[in-house]
Design a protein around this ligand. Structure first.
Ligand SMILES: [Zn+2]
Length: 375
C-alpha cells in the first residue's frame, strides 16, 4: 500500500483554482463530465464524492456547490456548470458566500485559505498545532448554520472535505443532519476511501465516483502547467494530476524521479535530503513495489522502465515493505529526519541489491536502528 500521498499532496495544492472562473471555465478540464452527470441526476440532499485529492475532489465538490448556488443557470441547459459571472458565483470564488459552508481540517483550511468565520487570528493560537481532524465544535457550527434561512434564496450547501477527517464524535454528531437536513440544504462530502467512513455516514449519502482522467487529458493539462515529461510524474502519482503537479512544484522533476532508484540502491540518502518524511516513505513504498513487481516477473508502475535495479529478491523486498509500513504508521512522529532518511535508504539499498545468497525474511538490524531514532 502506498501511504502518505494525501498528506504530501495537501501541503501545497492551493496553487490550483478551486472553482469556475469569471468565464465559467472549470478549474480542471476533466471535471466537466462528472459535473454534468451530477447536475442532471443528483436529486438527494447528501452526496458522497469518492475521489482522491490528487484527482481534484475538493475543486469538484466546490464547483458543484457553485453550480447549485449559481443565480444565472441556463434553464435550457440544466446540466451546465456555474456561470462564473453572477453575484453568487463571484462570492463562492472569494470564499464569502453566506449559503456555502466548507468544513475542512484546520491544516487544509490554512493551505487553501478558506477559514471558518470563527477562526481565531493566527497570533492567538500560533503555538497550537493545527488540527488534522474536523472537530465536533465545527460540526455543531454546521448544524446551527443549516437551520438558518438561505441568505440568497437558492438553498444552501455544506461541503465536508474530506469526510474521513471527521472523528467518531463529529461524525456521529453529523448523522441526523445528514439523514434529514433542513429543507433546501444539501451536504456534499468527499473521501478518497469510503471504507474509512462510518457505515452510518456512507449509507445516508448517494455516491458519485470521481475517476482519474485519461492519461492524455492529464498529461496535456500538466504540460499546460509547465511540466516537462509529464507522463513520468503522472505515473509516479498513480495517474493523479494534482499530486504530480505538487511533486514538480516541490522540485522533484521527471529526471530527478527517474534517477532515484539508482541513488537508493547506491545508498545515497542525499537524493531525498530535505524531503518531508511522508514523501520519503511514499517514494520508497513505490520503489519497493516496482522492485517486487520486477522480481515477480512483472513490470514496474511508478518508475520508468529500466531505472529500477533487478537484483532484489522477494523475501528481502517484502521485509523492507513491512518495515516501511511500520514507520508509515508513525509518520507524524517527531523523528530525527536526517537519521531516519539515512536508515531507510540503507535498508532500501540492502533490499534492492540483495542477491540470492543475501535473502532475509526480516530486517532486525535496521528495525532496531529505527527504534533508537525515536526521541
Ligand atoms: Zn453563476
Amino acid at each position: 500500500m502506498v501511504t502518505g500521498a494525501a498528506a504530501v499532496a495537501s501541503a501545497s495544492a492551493s496553487a490550483t483554482a478551486l472553482v469556475a472562473d469569471e468565464q465559467g471555465a472549470l478549474p480542471l478540464p476533466w471535471l466537466a463530465a462528472p459535473l454534468a452527470e451530477a447536475l442532471a441526476s443528483q436529486r438527494g440532499h447528501a452526496l458522497l464524492v469518492h475521489g482522491s485529492p490528487g484527482v481534484g475532489a475538493l475543486p469538484y465538490a466546490l464547483t458543484l456547490a457553485q453550480a447549485w448556488l449559481c443565480e444565472d443557470q441556463d434553464a435550457a441547459r440544466p446540466a451546465a456548470g456555474p456561470c462564473g459571472r453572477c453575484a453568487s458565483c463571484r462570492m463562492v470564488r472569494t470564499h464569502l458566500h453566506p449559503d456555502l459552508l466548507v468544513l475542512m481540517p484546520e491544516t487544509l483550511r490554512r493551505a487553501f485559505e478558506w477559514p471558518l468565520a470563527d477562526d481565531k487570528p493566527d497570533s492567538d493560537d500560533a503555538k497550537r498545532k493545527p488540527s488534522k481532524q474536523i472537530r465536533i465544535t465545527e460540526v455543531r457550527g454546521l448544524i446551527d448554520w443549516s437551520t438558518k434561512t438561505s441568505a440568497r434564496g437558492r438553498g444552501k450547501v455544506a461541503v465536508v472535505h474530506p469526510a474521513d477527517a471527521l472523528n467518531v464524535q463529529s461524525a456521529n454528531a453529523l448523522l441526523k443532519t445528514l439523514e434529514e437536513p433542513p429543507v433546501g440544504t444539501r451536504l456534499l462530502l468527499t473521501t478518497a476511501d469510503p471504507a474509512q467512513l462510518l457505515p452510518t455516514v456512507r449509507s445516508r449519502c448517494q455516491l458519485q465516483v470521481l475517476d482519474a482522467p485519461q492519461a492524455p487529458v492529464a498529461t496535456a493539462w500538466l504540460a499546460s502547467q509547465g511540466l516537462a515529461e509529464a507522463e513520468v510524474l503522472l505515473a509516479a502519482c498513480s495517474g493523479r494530476p494534482l499530486d504530480a503537479l505538487v511533486l514538480a512544484q516541490a522540485g522533484v522533476e521527471a529526471r530527478i524521479w527517474a534517477a532515484l532508484p539508482r541513488a537508493v540502491a547506491n545508498g545515497q540518502a542525499a537524493a531525498m535530503a530535505g524531503w518531508p518524511v511522508p514523501r520519503v516513505l511514499d517514494t520508497l513504498h513505490k520503489l519497493c513495489h516496482d522492485a517486487m513487481a520486477l522480481a515477480a516477473g512483472g513490470a514496474g508502475r511508478y518508475f520508468p522502465a529500466g531505472t529500477v535495479p533487478r537484483a532484489g529478491r522477494l523475501p528481502a523486498l517484502a521485509a523492507w515493505s513491512r518495515e516501511l509500513d511500520r514507520v508509515a504508521r508513525h509518520d507524524d512522529h517527531p523523528w530525527n529526519e536526517g537519521l531516519l532518511l539515512e536508515a531507510l535508504v540503507q535498508q532500501g539499498a540492502a533490499a534492492l541489491l540483495a542477491g540470492p545468497g543475501a535473502v532475509t525474511t526480516r530486517a532486525p538490524a535496521a528495525a532496531t536502528r529505527l527504534d533508537t531514532l525515536k526521541p
